[in-house]
Every structure is written in structure tokens, then in C-alpha cells.
Ligand binder design. Structure first.
Ligand SMILES: C[S@@+](CC[C@H](N)C(=O)[O-])C[C@H]1O[C@@H](n2cnc3c(N)ncnc32)[C@H](O)[C@@H]1O
Length: 315
């Protein structure tokens, strides 16, 4: 269905703006968009139970390892800029808010008492609770694919670095649409798919690294209008995207009508309380950990290249 939608004069993606960080440009996708990923596909921690256990341990070092390598303060501020946090009284939900790193960027512009941090990991949320600027935020455990907010609740929906774990990303984006008020804006920050073969291999076994066109398709199918994609990345990559990026783009869309999304989906496929096979869980978890290690090494490798290769030259 997706590919037939994307060919021909009415192609919705071709009408959509994809903006690089500095100067804006219209980019046409080279290939058609894949349909949403089936749950059966073996992306190791694109799975709620596995993501839960991954963060049981990663939460201990998350702020010290993930942020300096993949998600720096300046990237966060650049990624949040299209969210248009223009009023301190806006009601904001930060979905998959984890240790509150992105929320720290949000509360610079919005009163903390109006911000809710939601995450499925109590271990990540415990770290957010310790942060002084987030003391007045509401902190909730919950699932991005089934948000505990009423329809037409928030002015802004923000989610950074969480979509890669959602078994059904389209469902999460449909939920973003539902919980926003009329005219509200969603800002979803997430990975981008690599093109270099080894990076692509590790990305594909590990978790969801969507293509830019996929984000746009998910947003448009959910009912969002004015869908835009802004490219982001660590400064020391000098714009290189071939290894993919864990935080590679900020996608925004506006809710044009009140009420639920026009998109109809079947029942939710996966729940954190669903039992998993312990052997398969261990195998998947270990392979996931190896892929995660690769993606800790890539930014270090790029950092060394940036140090060695003269400025102004491609790396
Ligand atoms: C990479 S962290 C990002 C945390 C934070 N947004 C930041 O910017 O640092 C991803 C977070 O998504 C959460 N997560 C994964 N799947 C989720 C789901 N289905 N519902 C809610 N949170 C989820 C994880 O527990 C984790 O805290």
C-alpha cells in the first residue's frame, strides 16, 4: 500500500520539506518507503520487554555514556527548536523521557509544572526524579503506544530517542496525534538508517533505524499536516550520515482537527507484561549488547577522524 501511495504525481512525501540543520532544502526520497516493520522482524531490542531490561542496566550510566557520544546539549537544543516551545504555559508531554535529558531542554522554555515525563522504565525515571530542574514535572510510567492521557490533552508532544524501541512506531505516532490539542505540535527525534554496510548490519539487527521517508509517511498517515524533518547530528561528524545516527532527525507535524487520528489500527501487538522465552531473550539481549557496543565505538572513531583530518575536508 505504501509504495503505491508514493509513486506518481500525488506522492505526499515529495511535497514534504526535509530540512538540514543550517540551510533549508527540499529533498526527494530516492526509493519508496517500507511499510511499518512487522513485530516478527528480528530487531533485537525493538521490543518492550527487552528494552525494559536494557534500560534496567543502561540507566546506571546513561547520562554519562549516551549523551556525550550521541546526544549532546547543542544537538538537543537544535532538535527542539522546531517544536516551537514559545510559551511557558504550554502543556507538554515528553514520551520515552527516560532520565530527563530532553526534558531539561524543554523546561528552559516551559514551566516544569506543565511538563509530564512518561517512560516505561522506572529505572530511567528514577534518574529524572533526582534532577533539580525537573522536580515540579509530573513523572509517570507508561507505554508510548498506549498513552495514559485523554484525547486533545497537550499543546506539545515531544519524544526523543525512543521510537527505535517501539514494536509498532506507527501506533506511537498515532497516539501522539490523539493526545495533542487542535493546532498542537508533535516533535519526534530519532535515529536515521545507515548506508555503510557494517553499520547497516549492526543497526538492522539491533533496533529500528528508520529512513527519513518512513518518519514522514508515519506522520502523514497519522493525520499530521505541515510535516517537516530537520537533520541533526554530533558536530564532530561534519554532517556524515553513512553510519546512521542514534539521534539523526527531528520530525514535526501539526494536528489539524480535534479528536482521534483518522488512522485505524488493529489491537496492540506487544505488551511489557507479555511473557518472553528466557533463552531467546538472552540470545537477543547479548546480540543487542554487541550492536550497542559497535554504536559506542562509531562516534569515538568519528571523533578521532575529526581530530586528524584538516577542517574543511570531508571525513
Ligand atoms: C534513548 S532513551 C531516551 C531518553 C530521553 N528521551 C533522552 O532524550 O535522553 C529511550 C527511552 O525510551 C524508553 N522507552 C522505550 N520503549 C518505550 C515505550 N514503549 N514506552 C515508553 N517509553 C519507552 C526507554 O525506557 C528509554 O528511557
Amino acid at each position: 500500500m505504501a509504495s503505491s501511495m508514493l509513486h506518481g504525481a500525488q506522492n505526499p512525501v515529495l511535497r514534504t520539506r526535509i530540512a538540514p540543520p543550517k540551510k533549508e532544502a527540499l529533498i526527494s526520497p530516492k526509493s519508496s518507503v517500507s511499510v511499518s516493520r512487522p513485530v516478527s522482524q528480528p530487531r533485537l531490542i525493538q521490543h518492550k520487554e527487552e528494552a525494559f531490561w536494557f534500560y534496567r542496566f543502561l540507566s546506571i550510566v546513561y547520562d554519562h555514556i549516551i549523551n556525550p557520544c550521541h546526544w549532546t546539549d547543542d544537538m538537543r537544543d537544535e532538535a527542539l527548536e522546531p517544536a516551537d516551545l514559545s510559551d511557558r504555559n504550554l502543556v507538554v508531554v515528553d514520551v520515552g523521557g527516560g532520565t530527563g535529558f530532553t526534558t531539561l531542554g524543554i523546561v528552559k522554555f516551559v514551566d516544569a509544572k506543565n511538563v509530564t515525563i512518561l517512560d516505561q522504565s522506572p529505572h530511567q525515571l528514577n534518574k529524572a526524579k533526582e534532577k533539580e530542574p525537573l522536580k515540579e514535572c509530573r513523572i509517570m510510567q507508561g507505554d508510548a503506544e498506549d498513552l495514559p492521557f485523554e484525547t486533545d490533552y497537550a499543546d506539545r508532544y515531544v519524544s526523543a530517542g525512543s521510537i527505535e524501541y517501539w514494536p509498532d512506531p506507527q501506533r506511537g505516532i498515532k497516539e501522539a496525534y490523539r493526545v495533542l490539542k487542535l493546532g498542537g505540535k508533535a516533535c519526534l527525534i530519532g535515529p536515521v538508517h545507515p548506508t555503510f554496510w557494517l553499520s547497516r548490519f549492526f543497526a538492522d539487527v539491533w533496533m529500528l533505524f528508520p529512513k527519513e521517508e518512513e518518519y514522514i509517511e508515519w506522520f502523514e498517515k497519522a493525520g499530521f499536516t505541515d510535516v517537516k524533518l530537520k537533520r541533526i547530528g554530533p558536530k564532530w561528524y561534519r554532517g556524515v550520515r553513512r553510519h546512521g545516527l542514534i539521534m539523526g532527525c527531528s520530525v514535526t507535524g501539526v494536528k489539524p482537527a480535534s479528536g482521534d487520528s483518522p488512522l485505524q489500527l488493529g489491537p496492540k501487538a506487544e505488551d511489557i507484561s507479555k511473557p518472553v522465552n528466557p533463552f531467546m531473550f538472552l540470545v537477543r539481549f547479548l546480540v543487542g549488547a554487541i550492536a550497542a557496543t559497535y554504536y559506542v565505538l562509531v562516534p569515538i572513531y568519528m571523533w578521532f577522524k575529526d581530530q586528524i583530518i584538516p577542517k574543511g575536508q570531508p571525513i
